[in-house]
Design a protein around this ligand. Structure first.
Ligand code: EZ4
Ligand code: CO
Length: 414
């Protein structure tokens, strides 16, 4: 590499991108965005990784990965692994461009017509949720995550301000563009009541099944908020509504508790959006405690590392369900699509459409059509970086909300 630049831009929300350039002028991109901690990873890259890359062979992807992982001494962690991910993704982009092939061809070629994507349907109440589901179905979505407000609670994470704002990518999308991070010097505060949630969630899914029938794959995210026994109860209560998955039922640190959840329910489980290495999955895979892997390329250490995680998962009939909120940049999403089109154990891809401003900066080649995402067939990842468009959007602090119990204001799991 002759140059490595860390690019920070904020077209509606913050993104950290690494741009590598070879001596022949071939350019590769990697996503290093860690929502709410963007400048930490920008410093990790700029201060500690960029100087190591200049003069290295851009073809040596595996060796570079090992060098940055083992060589740092301080292994793992979200900042380190996002930085490694960005380097790894940019090197794959370069290699594919040099080969003149779309990246998925280097990962084994196409295994399917496209990556089944799920969108985010949400509403403050059930009628608003139904409008959001209909709007998504009109746009071609064939699988949907369902989140709603909870009676008695003012604001709940994952629910867009209006049904329409959850779908569009222009117009009045203030909340959507920032969702789930809001631009402010400190996090917003939201409120929570687990008992109210546990009473309400099964009613929501019952209403959705009654209205939309048995076919539509439905997903739900519990955002790490439950104890093991509450999670077991929710899984059990949702069984009649045949969920595609129930996500992040308990906090991610203590994965052994999923044994308890699994004993009680056949609702499929997904976890891993805040994991960062293959080690986080080891016990979950070997004891077959989950059904879907949520890690994105961006937070798992890159294409090299996520490929390894998914191959390991495949031994246990566990599939991919890659995290795809708007804080994964178009570079990170494109990387997921190249991997998803190629691996045997692809499951589903989260798709929370970026804003028009974001797409003007990154100019992604991927397309959504009839419920499937496709990465495009040009060489490399199929993303670009428009420096002029990017410069118009300087970094602005933005944070995920924090969550406090309605009962007494104590801080609850996120
Ligand atoms: O909260 O992307 O499944 N998706 C999610 C996301 C995450 C954010 C964290 O940065 O839970 O909305
Ligand atoms: Co989630």
């Amino acid at each position: 590499m002759v140059s490595a630049e860390v690019l920070v831009t904020s077209p509606g929300r913050n993104f950290v991108t690494l741009r590598l350039r070879t001596e022949d002028g071939v350019v590769g991109f990697g996503d290093a965005t860690v929502n709410g901690r963007e400048l930490a990873v920008a410093s990790y890259l700029g201060d500690h990784v960029v100087p190591l890359l200049i003069g290295r062979d851009a073809h040596a992807i595996e060796d570079t990965w090992q060098y940055l992982y083992r060589g740092a001494y301080w292994r793992r962690g979200p900042i380190t692994m996002a930085a490694i991910a960005a380097v790894d993704t940019a090197l794959w982009d370069i290699k594919a461009k040099l080969a003149g092939l779309p990246l998925y061809q280097l990962l084994g070629g196409r295994s399917r017509r496209g990556c089944l994507a799920y969108g985010h349907a949400s509403g403050r109440d059930i009628p608003e949720l139904f409008d959001s589901i209909r709007a998504h179905l009109d746009q071609g979505y064939r699988a949907l995550r369902i989140q709603t407000g909870i009676p008695g609670l003012d604001s709940v994470y994952g629910v867009a301000a209006s049904a329409n704002s959850a779908v569009g990518n222009g117009g009045s999308t203030a909340r959507y563009d920032h969702e789930p991070a809001r631009r402010s010097p400190a996090p917003a505060e939201e409120e929570w009541d687990t008992r109210a949630y546990l009473r309400h969630a099964p009613r929501v899914f019952e209403a959705v099944r009654n209205e939309f029938g048995p076919e539509l794959p439905l997903l739900h995210d519990a955002h790490h908020r439950l104890t093991p026994i509450q999670a077991a109860r929710l899984g059990k209560d949702l069984e009649p509504y045949d969920l595609f998955w129930l996500e992040d039922v308990t906090p991610a640190e203590n994965t052994a508790v999923l044994r308890r959840v699994r004993e009680h329910t056949t609702t499929p489980l997904a976890i891993g959006e805040v994991f960062n290495t293959i080690w986080d999955y080891r016990a979950l895979f070997e004891e077959q405690l989950i059904d879907y892997v949520r890690s994105p390329v961006t937070h798992a250490g890159g294409i090299t590392a996520l490929r390894r995680i998914l191959d390991y998962a495949s031994v246990y009939q566990i599939k991919s369900g890659v995290h795809g909120p708007t804080d994964i940049s178009p570079v990170g999403l494109a990387a997921a699509l190249h991997l998803g089109i190629a691996v045997a154990n692809f499951g589903i891809q989260e798709y929370m459409k970026h804003s028009a401003a974001t797409d003007q900066v990154f100019r992604p080649a991927y397309r959504f059509s009839e419920g499937l995402l496709n990465p495009g067939d040009g060489p490399g990842l199929g993303v670009d970086y428009d420096d002029e468009a990017a410069t118009a959007h300087p970094y602005t602090p933005a944070y995920l909300p924090v969550n406090r119990l309605k009962l007494d204001g104590s801080l609850h799991d996120w």
